[in-house]
Design a protein. Sequence first.
Length: 638
Amino acid sequence: MNAAVKRLDVICIGRVAVDLYAQQIGARLEDVASFSKYLGGSSGNVAFGTAIQGLKSAMLARVGDEHNGRFLRETLNRAGVNTDYLITDKERLTALVMLGIKDQDTFPLIFYRDNCADMALTPEDIHEEYIASSRALAVTGTHLSHINTRDAVLKALEYARRHGLRTALDIDYRPVLWGLTSLGDGETRFIASDQVTRQLQEVLHLFDVVVGTEEEFHIAGGSTDTLTALKNVRNATKATLVCKRGPLGCVVLEDAIPTSWDNVRLHQGVRVEVLNVLGAGDAFMSGLLRGWLNDEGWEQACRYANACGALVVSRHGCAPAMPTKAELDDYLSRAQQVPRPDLDEALNHLHRVTSRRQQWPELCIFAFDHRKQLADLARETGRDEACIPPLKRLLLAAAEAAAKEAGLEGRSGILADSTYGQHTLNAITGKGWWIGRPIELPGSRPLRLEHGNIGSQLIDWPLEHVVKCLVFYHPDDPAALRAEQDALLLEVWQACNKSGHELLLEVILPENGPDKDERHYLQLLTHIYQLGIKPDWWKLPPLSGSSWHSISALIEREDPWSRGILLLGLDAPPERLRAGFAEAAAHPMVKGFAVGRTIFGGPSRRWMRQELSDDALVNEVKHNYLTLIGYWREARRA
């Protein structure tokens, strides 16, 4: 198969597992109380890292037929990794790793890999046609430690050689996985072993590139003197050797090994504040493969590699900490002006917005996160507030029925609250819907949060839930009121950055403000951007075409990665919203609507008065929702 038409750039073979990273930095693993779950395993990380660097990568391995296996598959798929041969193993569980972060260089680590899925790879799992479909094969060293996985790797290398693939080895030495330490000692990075050295040297000649730290070359070369080890490796292979030298950077050795480091060109590393060194090697390999496979030369490949490794050691986790292509390119384009990339606000924002889990090109959202309005309606109709949760479940049923009838897959969403709608949130979570949750105390001005500190709230939220914060704001508000609201908005923004949740900021001019000139919205958004807040979403009322033009230009200038704007309803009649949709739909920054009372207000009042049955309520609300979906589509087509 001609390289120019191959559908894959690189197939990764090796470890793929779930990493559980301790959230309490500095604690002993014995004392850790909670963990963050990430994609892990050296090959899994490299498949992920190369995909987000723009390569067409694939993962060849096994995962269990359970939740963790599905998590790994879905995470890789979202990143664009081909998983055609990520085999579901019906008999084994997905591998698991638990990690603590005591300090920069201390990371208690336990591998749970007894009879795990990814170590069950066999030669029968390797298909020549699949290997031939790629330009390169990337192997990590752990799979050379067991007879079955070793034979599988050798078979893949045989096919790779037959079909002209480039081959790369990341030595990835973990003594515990070669049976050289106690099972609980995953932290030890080097133990000398003649057997391991021999088994590595038997296969080194099969690779075009061999990558490792100094310690990893010590095991591959059988000497704790790095240059001696490299000479021994050179005797076993003609491969280009890339030796990582920690914060110094790396060296590339294509020919004979010199007698002194003075004669070796150093590709310098990037200075960052190290949180923990775990994951740096996989990120380094991802950047290196990008440059190597794109034939950009070793200097550029090492720039990619060193920068990727540096960014990962400054962040929590490995795969989720890896830079995307856009992020890495931005950094390298201005590296001289960014002495500390881990502290650069623009770079960190770019990481946040280019690693989002799902794209939403358009949204038709049914908003029933209302609390005060429904509580007032219950009292008005003589009903107990206990009727509100079942009402919200009926509203969700109407939303799902309308979305199905309208064919809204990938474009449907709800806004619902945890005060009365927790069961509703639980029911829809995980179904691929856009889900927003309010945090503001209804009607509060100055802004107050309904359930207290934002950080303590978000720790319990699913990551797919979007933080929705409504603030009543006017440019002519007293300075003290503005300052108070600004401080809380900044706190919410910083919490979302820390937790990884997206933020929808809803801005409404107050009813009792000095005036309601729509031109104020441009002033308000400008002010919020000046605070350093870049919401993922904006929620604004229908405005004139000229206002949408100005606001769109502002957002494009301040945050071109913004998700966009959603239109709110404010209980407006459907025909008024139809006109508002028509004004907004011509502007690509407006992605859809998030409307509530226009859809559910009248039917809910009659249901609370017991004038509508449950089924009648669902049908009427569904009809109203479908009407607005139709109006939006009509406006978009116009």
